[in-house]
Design a protein around this ligand. Structure first.
Ligand SMILES: Cc1cc2nc3c(=O)[nH]c(=O)nc-3n(C[C@H](O)[C@H](O)[C@H](O)COP(=O)(O)O)c2cc1C
Length: 428
């Protein structure tokens, strides 16, 4: 059965390298996710890695033979295998990256197939270390980890904190395979001509709101909307992959929890909680992305007991107050150099829709507003692609429907353009 792929990974050549960490047992999940996204995958496993995960499993899942360290010395090969693989791959993912493989890479050692590929490749490399907490915190490992982040085209995925196979709780868990897949998709999400890895948001602090808010009707019911939070969370991760420190304030989300790894997260439910969390974080942020879909109405006081059907009808028809416009409040309080991107979900025909959107952008005072129709088949909510228009000061640009992660990068490109233009006009 053929599947339709909309992922930026579709048709891309990805080498998955597995080294000797117990987290190697999760590598088959990564390979499977990449294949489902339409990527062409080859696997390479070190000798210690092969003792922890079956090369046969990796071969079956990648639909291709799995390379072992010994294959580098095959007398029948007419070209060195490490060069073949390094030139074949448009992206290499080392997951898990063991302390030993990290040490070899940081020191420029070509000792072994994986080590040789890492020196020979000119494509991006995603590095996902995994080890015991004490090993991870060792100064030698930390020094090596810092060193490889200075190498060109490296995307570092810091290990997470949690229960480790050695029964301790602490840093050292490999990033989740779904997050690694997202980082890989991000590499292929930039437009033509843009570098695959660009740390152009380095040193910036980005505040993102995402997901719906929920306003209580009674203990069993709430008023909310269809937002899944994907657009906002993907914007947050895209900014983080481009070097920003990201704080995500989110309502209840409908997406893989692994997508929150690496972000500073604050979970909220109501519009009032969202507003309070954003106000607290806004003063220290360089960029605010307001992608949350805030409920329009709220009640002052919610009934203590579940309402019967007739009571519900009564409660739904009165006693609701408008939720204050959070975006307008935040733009009023911003520092002069803070950039703000707002979102507006609209329905109806294009002309009316764009007129309404432009007056909304002006009223709210944000630098950019992404306007997306939510009444068209195959775009908008959930895991569907997205598109619409981007409105700026005196201009508007159509954003064709594409994967949400690609759109996230286009929106960040537009923010960076405004930042750079403002910096250039200050200098002149
Ligand atoms: C059961 C077991 C689990 C291991 N887990 C890890 C680990 O999580 N991280 C790590 O850096 N090393 C771990 N090691 C040690 C590495 O396998 C060892 O350093 C090996 O030399 C790594 O070689 P490689 O990088 O070529 O795969 C583990 C060893 C064993 C026997």
């Amino acid at each position: 059965m053929k599947t339709e792929h909309t992922s930026p990974l579709c048709g891309r050549r990805v080498l998955v390298a597995v080294s000797g960490s117990i987290a190697a047992v999760k590598s088959p999940l990564l390979v499977s996710a990449l294949i489902k996204a339409g990527a062409e995958v080859r696997c390479l496993v070190t000798t210690s890695g092969a003792a922890l995960v079956s090369p046969v499993a990796l071969a079956s899942l990648s639909r291709h033979r799995c390379y072992l360290e010994a294959d580098q010395w095959n007398p029948a090969a007419s070209r060195p295998l490490h060069i073949e693989l390094a030139e074949w791959a448009e992206l290499t993912i080392v997951a898990p990256l063991s302390a030993s493989s990290l040490a070899r890479w940081s020191q420029g050692s070509a000792d072994g197939l994986l080590a040789s590929v890492l020196l020979a490749t000119e494509a991006p490399v995603i590095a996902a270390p995994a080890m015991n907490t004490a090993m991870w915190r060792h100064p030698a490992v930390q020094r090596n980890w810092l060193q490889i982040q200075d190498f060109p085209r490296v995307v570092p995925l810091f290990p997470e904190s949690g229960l480790l196979a050695c029964d301790s709780v602490g840093d050292g868990r490999m990033a989740d395979p779904l997050l690694i897949e997202l980082a890989a998709a991000s590499v292929f999400s930039r437009g033509p001509g843009a570098p695959a890895i660009n740390l152009d948001l380095s040193g910036m602090s980005v505040l993102v709101s995402a997901g719906p808010t929920q306003e209580t009707i009674d203990p069993a019911r709430f008023l909310s909307n269809r937002s899944s939070g994907r657009m906002g969370v993907l914007l947050a991760q895209a900014a983080r992959f481009r070097g920003a420190t990201v704080h995500l304030v989110h309502g209840p989300l409908d997406l893989p929890v692994a997508w929150l790894q690496g972000l500073q997260c604050t979970a909220v439910e109501t519009a009032a909680e969202l507003s309070a969390a954003l106000q607290l974080a806004q003063p220290t942020s360089d960029v605010l992305v307001m992608a949350a879909a805030v409920a329009d109405l709220r009640r002052e006081v919610a009934p203590a007991n579940k309402l019967a059907k007739l009571e519900l009808k009564e409660v739904l028809s009165s006693g609701w107050y408008e939720v204050p416009d959070l975006l307008s409040n935040l733009t009023r309080q911003r520092r002069p150099e803070q950039l703000i991107l707002g979102f507006s979900a609209l329905t109806g025909d294009d002309t009316q829709f764009l007129e309404r959107a432009e007056s909304k952008r002006l009223a709210k005072g944000c630098d950019l507003m992404m306007v997306n129709p939510v009444d068209r088949n195959g775009q908008g909510f959930g895991d569907q692609p997205n598109g619409g228009w981007l409105l700026g000061d005196g201009w508007r640009r159509e954003l064709p429907v594409t994967a949400k992660l690609s759109l996230a990068h286009q929106l960040l490109d537009a923010l960076i353009k405004i930042r750079d233009q403002a910096a250039a006009s200050m200098e002149s």
